[in-house]
Design a protein around this ligand. Sequence first.
Ligand code: COA
Length: 280
Amino acid sequence: MKDIFQANLLAGKAAFITGGGSGINQCIAERYAAAGAAVAIVGRDLAKAERAAAHIVALGGQAIGLSADVRDYDQVRAAMAQTHKRFGRLDIVVAGAAGNFVANAKDMSAKGFRTVVDIDLVGSFNTAHAAYDYLSKPGGLVVAISAVQGSMPMRTQSHVCAAKAGVDMLMRSLAIEWGSVGIRCVGIAPGPVGDTEGMRRLAPDGERSWERLLRHIPAGRAGQREEIAALALFLASGAADYINGVVLPIDGGQTAVGSYEFGAMLQDSLQSDQAAGGAA
Ligand code: COA
């Protein structure tokens, strides 16, 4: 992918990224660090967060790995305080931690539903709320990593659809409350992105599900983590100063088509998984 961004675009800034130990969020952390930001990578698994941070440091960037479960406000707040103390400031917060599994609503326990809502929605609130005191004002940015499920109902995804719709409204609501102090709140809603834990969970039978899904994406391919990270970098740049209170789809046109085929694919992969006796 051609790099159109100015060098050191985020020099002197600091970012806090939940779920930054892998996938899209790790890619965002690396992109921010390559643009000159100091980044805190936060996750439930400290070793994973520290590995991701060490990788950035090995490439010459500035990064720390911290442990926090986004469902636990006090843990998130403590990690935020540590980040601010270490870097002396906080400019960008990415609420990226998420959970997903494939299950029909009638077969899901109440705890299963709540677990995803707790990670995705409550976790995003915890992260944004804990950041408020520390974020630069003006100049602060909260980015929530939503998903196309936030705007498209989908079979086997009632928990994620409900949680991500909440995340979208949370960003739009916080934007209204925090705009006056100079904090922007924006959502990014990716469609299927290749080589991520999320898609491994959604398409456990790999190639076959992917081929079926991609036939219904106008771009004819999955997204790349680097493309999501480029959008996150753009949003953190001065060029996006007037973008606030919106959720931007980045899905190759999937939202325009609708979710029917994606949901049908998930339903089939769930059934074949159950027939094989495995757990989703
Ligand atoms: N089908 C139905 N229910 C499921 C399930 C599945 N495939 N996987 C988990 N659950 C339910 C569990 O049964 C449990 O409810 P119960 O005790 O009533 O049976 C509940 O969800 C909580 O599961 P648990 O594994 O204890 O929670 P956790 O906090 O350790 O894990 C998850 C959270 C469930 C979201 C787990 O999938 C996870 O850790 N995901 C993180 C990684 C991820 O999802 N990445 C993709 C990002 S898009």
